[in-house]
Write a new protein. Structure first.
Length: 381
């Protein structure tokens, strides 16, 4: 008898012939997640297991973050032939509890001498005998006790929700424009959840943005890195570009022009990272640069498809997700972003492409972009 973590996976069930590939990737990701606590990982009969980790609580916390895992339960693995021991263990799991319960048995080993109904009944009786303060409610029990008969018997009380989605590495590569704000870390998490390997671009404008603003972005990248399996953050110096836009272009258009430069540079970095898409944290109408017309102007310089997973989200919905994934607190630290440094008083909400192009013609575009890329720092988080 020993404790194991038993994982169910989400959508991989839907994969036909590709299923072995997705399973292999999932097992790899789980192995990486528990390697620091030296967990032993294996796949058997549509479940992934972890055993013998130095710290099972830590292994549980980590496996719940692995994309592709739907739920994790802390189960007791035991000899399925010893039915008395199974009954005893069931009592142990409910000891000290009050209220109603239900036993829910599943039998994937169809040669097992008892079927699920019999197991439910027998174990249920035994529990009632030993723990008379409990009663059975099969409709709406307060507690469930699960028994799965597979290669062994597995007993557990509550499966815990995990990240869901698909294993990282199965969905291509994308480059996220990562600010220090609330939205873009959530956007990165959402795309990564679909199995996409991510890397990030962050624009900074020293001395207008401080060292602490840079540390903030790296902290956010670190929080996400556990779910994202580690990623590269490209830190791009953006001061010269912003200064020149500020000096030479119409003040109402500086934001949209700046955003087009961000897109152009992110495209180049995506190419270096072999990424197939860009990701931003924009949602329609949230600020002036996120009106339909402004988004159209930014997109027209993007060579890759731009994914905006938050496009239809309200701010509160984004905040809720940020809290769930653990980035909200850090995102709320008050350090400045390069976008907030030169904000125009009346940013154009319906920018005209002709005026933008007129403004951009006054800039040393290629030189500015070349310099920014040359001085980009890459940090592996
Ligand atoms: P966020 O909360 O993600 O900062 P926001 O509501 O502040 O978003 P904007 O400042 O208009 O919106 O930025 C829109 C998007 O542009 C961000 O979601 C992000 O993808 C990208 N972005 C903004 N600033 C930066 C930056 N300094 N570096 C990289 N990407 C940025
Ligand atoms: Mg921002």
């Amino acid at each position: 008898m020993r404790e194991v973590l038993m994982m169910r996976f989400s959508e991989i069930h839907l994969k036909g012939l590709n299923r072995p590939y997705f399973m292999r990737m999932l097992v790899e990701r789980v192995k990486e997640a528990v390697q620091n606590v030296r967990g032993h990982v294996w796949l058997s009969d549509s479940r992934v297991y972890v055993s013998d980790a130095d710290d099972m609580d830590e292994a549980l916390r980590r496996t719940r973050k692995v994309f592709g895992v739907h739920s994790v339960c802390r189960a007791v693995e035991m000899d399925k032939q010893d039915f008395c021991a199974i009954c005893e263990q069931a009592v142990k799991l409910l000891q000290g509890k009050q209220g109603t319960f239900k036993v829910e048995a599943r039998r994937s080993d169809k040669r097992y001498p008892m079927d699920s109904m019999e197991i439910n009944r027998e174990v249920g009786h035994y529990i009632l005998e030993k723990l008379p303060q409990l009663s059975v409610d099969v409709q709406k029990p307060q507690m469930k006790l699960y028994i799965e008969i597979r290669d062994h018997a597995y007993l557990y009380s509550e499966p815990l929700e995990a990240a869901g989605g698909m294993p990282i590495g199965t969905g291509g590569r994308a480059t996220v424009l990562l600010s220090g704000g609330i939205d873009s870390p959530v956007a990165a998490w959402m795309i990564a959840k679909r199995g996409v390997t991510m890397n990030a671009v962050h624009f900074l404008s020293p001395p207008y943005t401080s060292e602490r603003a840079k540390d903030k972005v790296l902290s956010l990248a670190k929080i996400l890195s556990e779910s994202l399996c580690g990623w590269n953050v490209h830190l791009v110096p953006f001061t010269d570009i912003q200064m020149q836009i500020h000096e030479r272009c119409h003040p109402d258009y500086t934001t949209v022009i700046m955003r087009r430069y961000m897109m152009r540079i992110a495209n180049q970095i995506a190419k270096r990272e072999h990424a197939q898409a860009l990701v931003t944290g924009e949602s329609i109408g949230q600020v002036a640069s996120q009106t339909m017309q402004a988004l159209q102007c930014t997109d027209s310089v993007a060579m890759l498809p731009v994914f905006r997973p938050l496009i239809g989200f309200d701010k509160q919905e984004i905040v809720d997700l940020a809290k769930k994934i653990g980035t909200y607190e850090t995102s709320s630290l008050p350090y400045e972003d390069c976008c907030t440094v030169f904000t125009p008083r009346h940013p154009a909400t319906r920018p005209k492409l002709a005026i933008i192009e007129d403004g951009e013609a006054k800039l040393d575009g290629d030189t500015l972009i070349g310099d920014a890329l040359l001085h980009t720092e890459i940090i592996r988080v």
